[in-house]
Design a protein around this ligand. Structure first.
Ligand SMILES: [Fe+2]
Length: 304
């Protein structure tokens, strides 16, 4: 059996006829891009990295972003088979359970979510009621796994570094690469969360950059480079190799690690990291209500 990158590369070469239809939804509040990806022949669909709106000051959850996806799926008459997470996000709560309840489909993430559950289960001092076995998800993917969305072939690549559990989903000729690369003028994802590692991130990125040059890459975030005034989230392997400010061809591993670690040391924690991780380590499910019927999130002090 050949290696997962080889499989993914061949899938991209072969997928000229099965090009997925892709609709992006950009969330201004968290700079996150969610995707609805469907096979035009069968209208079978995957939703990737959906966002639940969360007002931290009020502790209030709303559904405007998720409802926009629901409306699109309805208009387009799509059948949702998968709710895919690229990783346990630290900057927004996932809307996957809300969408799954209304649309069906299987909720999936990478197998290394178990490591994330272990780390953050401890941080939040969760009791035994919080299972650290990934059972909050319907499916846990490993590197090289393959699946179908209608007639579209999909290959899973494990691309850790930002977190231990990051996945990229190669679907037809497109790759949804989570928090690895950002737009070429902005660079790469941070690697300083618990379980993150800059050297691992570099190796994952170099692996992604061995995909065919024309592969369409879809990003999880855009923060706009200083001299750009629009948000963008689509690029190609060729563009990244030629001009990504952090990892273009010619930048070596040690140089990248030194740059990434120095830059990460200057970054604040994302505003929603504590609510996000607490919910997303549960597959986007909220903590159980207490005796008075209210759900609570915990804020550990001096722990991050
Ligand atoms: Fe992230």
């Amino acid at each position: 059996m050949d290696d997962p990158i080889g499989q993914a590369a061949r899938q991209i070469e072969e997928s000229r006829k099965g090009v997925p239809q892709i609709r992006a939804f950009f969330d201004d509040a968290t700079n996150t891009v969610s995707y609805v990806v469907h096979d035009p022949e069968t209208r079978r669909t995957a939703i990737i990295d959906s966002v639940l709106d969360y007002d931290a000051a009020a502790g209030r959850i709303t559904y405007t972003s998720a409802d926009a996806i629901l409306a699109y799926v309805g208009e387009q008459q799509l059948t949702v088979e998968w709710l895919l997470e690229t990783h346990a996000h630290a900057d927004h709560l996932s809307a996957a359970p809300y969408l799954q309840e209304r649309l069906g489909g299987k909720l999936a993430i990478g197998k290394a979510i178990l490591t994330v559950q272990e780390t953050f289960g401890k941080l939040f001092n969760e009791g035994t009621a919080f299972a650290r076995d990934g059972s909050q998800f319907d499916h846990l993917f490993e590197d090289g796994d393959r699946f179908m969305i209608g007639n579209l072939a999909a290959t899973v690549l494990h691309v850790p570094g930002h977190t231990p559990a990051d996945l990229a989903y190669v679907i037809g000729d497109a790759a949804f690469i989570g928090d690895t690369l950002f737009m070429p003028d902005y660079g790469t994802a941070r690697a300083d969360f618990p379980g993150g590692d800059a050297r691992t991130l570099f190796r994952s990125i170099r692996r992604l950059l061995t995909l065919p040059a024309e592969t369409r890459l879809f990003l999880c975030h855009d923060y706009r480079a200083p001299d750009r005034d629009d948000y963008r989230w689509e690029t190609t392997v060729a563009e990244q190799r030629a001009s990504n400010v952090h990892v273009h061809d010619g930048i070596d591993e040690d140089g990248f690690v030194a740059m990434r670690e120095a830059r990460d040391a200057t970054l604040d924690m994302p505003k929603l990291i504590l609510p996000s991780i607490q919910v997303n380590m549960r597959g986007g499910h909220l903590p159980e209500p207490e005796g008075n019927g209210t759900r609570y999130l915990k804020i550990p002090l001096d722990a991050l």
